[in-house]
Design a protein around this ligand. Structure first.
Ligand SMILES: [Zn+2]
Length: 292
């Protein structure tokens, strides 16, 4: 059996929130078996918000959790790093409402986790095994999950922009693949969208240090893209982070077409309500010994 893992020691990092612009200190701590990921608002008497589909609040530009009026914003890049690296249990303490954006990818979180190291625990890792297809569509945005004995994502994005256009990427979460292929892909936005977001008091912490900023025919960043298809890779990063809210890795094939946080949330809640479509299993074998 593959056992659950947690961090070998406590680690911390500071930064600012992408949308709120507020400074935040983040501490990742080892957690017991079967804890999953639990956010702890140290500025609010250690109020806990488990990383779970049931607490998804809204998800227009980032995934926000809400429990009894307490908000936790932009959790997806950190959760992607934990899931992608194979950390099952972690307390995530923060002293403000938004996870720091850092460089707009998961790379700094992966470096932190690598520095801390991981330890194997006694309980077996559980997987959400998909038994029958479930699909969700909203206009031309669609997403489905179907049976597979692996953790697979096929993602398509299509933006009428010369740096993006149509990009398709097939990803399988296996030993080290998240760190190699996905972790360093940055978030992106369009200048016209950013003006609109600022008017809505969002993207206040956004800058060329933490996002790829696209103009009508190019980008404002002077550094080159990290991958030619960095955009679709970041979409996969967001998908892994959002689907970490299921509380365990899935065994299935996710297909995403022009999806976003809201579509991810809708598919997850439809999947969980369709009880015939999944079961919780433990598996043996080395494929899922995920780490870098
Ligand atoms: Zn993102």
């Amino acid at each position: 059996m593959i056992n659950q893992k947690t961090l070998a020691k406590t680690i911390e990092i500071s930064g600012i929130g992408l949308h709120t612009g507020v400074a935040v200190n983040l501490i990742l701590k080892p957690a017991p078996e079967n804890t999953g990921y639990v956010f702890v608002r140290t500025d609010l008497d250690d109020f806990e918000i488990p990383a779970s589909v049931e607490y998804i609040s809204h998800c227009s530009y980032a995934t926000t959790l809400l429990r009894r009026g307490v908000v936790l914003s932009t959790c997806e890049h950190l959760l992607a790093a934990l899931r992608g690296y194979g950390v099952d249990n972690c307390f995530i303490e923060l002293d403000n409402l938004e996870i720091p954006i850092l460089d707009g990818s998961s790379e700094n979180f992966i470096e932190l986790i690598e520095r801390a190291g991981t330890v194997e625990q006694n309980a077996p890792r559980r997987f959400l095994k998909i038994l029958e297809p479930v699909e969700y569509a909203d206009g031309d945005r669609r997403m489905s999950i179907e049976p597979s004995d692996r953790y697979e994502i096929e993602c398509l994005i299509d933006f009428p922009h010369p740096l993006i256009k149509k990009q398709i990427y097939n990803f399988e979460l296996v030993n080290g693949s998240f760190g190699r292929e996905i972790a360093s892909a940055r978030t992106f936005g369009f200048t016209r969208e950013i003006e609109m977001l600022r008017k809505a008091n969002l993207a206040l912490g956004g800058s060329l240090d933490n996002a790829i900023v696209l103009t009508d025919d190019g980008m404002l960043n002077e550094q080159p893209l990290r991958f030619e298809n960095e955009f679709v890779r970041h979409k996969i990063l967001d998908i892994i982070g959002d689907f970490a809210l299921l509380g365990m890795p899935f065994l299935g094939k996710l297909k995403a077409e022009k999806s976003g946080h809201a579509v991810h949330a809708s598919l997850m809640s439809k999947l969980l309500k369709t009880e015939s479509a999944w079961e919780i299993v433990e598996v043996s074998g080395s494929r899922f010994q995920v780490s870098s």
